[in-house]
Design a protein. Structure first.
Length: 259
């Protein structure tokens, strides 16, 4: 059995979904600075083209909607052909977030968030994981969130989808460890991106996107299963994960003004 190890630039290319803005876009820049060639996937072709123009030949635009499994597979295939190398590091980062609540519950919005955050990640997995298993090498990073640790106010779909991604990565690890493929779960706290710019509530420990990308790249290179930050914020939410409901609901309700 080959023990999984972090992927290196000499192993192949990196592939990032959700790369047209926010964490994904900045992570593409960060990885290029560390010697990687990066295939960047998202729906917005103009933004991908602009990103690729920042590092010609080092960032490859690979447009696709992650909810379209065939389009994702085609994007991966074409990116590998253009680079002449396989995907060695896959960062499955595409995601979306819409405030919701019981009073304003919208089924269409719920389905859309699950489709992008969960089904989109599964489609990306299906495009690269079989090849990595065959090669018995590679690294897959599933980008979730600290919001997946427990259900949070105004995040019915988001917390549910991010919890699913954490469980997905945990389950994958049992199988992928045996075939030499590393899997990581990335759980950021609040990061300043176009998604968090929509928030109308305090965001403790808000990080610049450049710092978040650096922490993700560092964490993936170290090879620990979970990359979670900021540490104090993640630790506090992990502690809440073990609180009994009788304490959890009043505490979080008071902290967020939902009680």
């Amino acid at each position: 059995m080959t023990a999984p190890r972090p992927a290196r630039p000499e192993d192949g290319i990196a592939w990032i979904t959700g790369a047209s803005s926010g964490i994904g876009r900045q992570l593409a820049r960060e990885l290029v600075g560390r010697g990687w060639t990066v295939a960047a996937t998202a729906r917005r072709e103009a933004e991908l083209a602009a990103l690729a123009a920042e590092a010609p030949g080092r960032i490859l635009a690979a447009p696709a909607d992650v909810t379209d499994a065939q389009a994702v597979a085609t994007a991966v295939r074409e990116a590998q052909a253009a680079a002449g190398r396989p995907v060695a590091l896959a960062v499955l980062n595409a995601g979306t977030y819409v405030h919701d609540s019981a009073e304003r519950f919208d089924l269409e919005s719920f389905i859309r968030q699950v489709q992008v955050n969960v089904i989109g990640t599964a489609a990306a997995l299906a495009s690269v994981m079989p090849m990595m298993i065959t090669r018995r090498s590679g690294q897959i990073a599933v980008v979730s969130s600290v919001a997946g640790y427990r259900g949070l106010p105004r995040a019915i779909a988001y917390s549910a989808s991010k919890a699913a991604l954490i469980a997905m990565a945990e389950s994958l690890k049992f199988d992928l460890d045996r075939v030499g493929v590393m899997v990581n779960v990335v759980n950021p706290g609040f990061v300043k991106t176009p998604l968090t710019d929509r928030n109308d509530f305090p965001m403790p420990f808000l990080l610049p996107v450049e710092e978040a990308a650096r922490r993700i790249a560092d964490g993936l290179a170290r090879g620990r299963f979970e990359v979670a930050f900021p540490r104090r914020f993640a630790a506090a939410l992990k502690l809440m994960r073990v609180l009994p409901y009788a304490l959890y609901f009043p505490l979080v309700g008071r902290m967020t003004g939902r009680r």
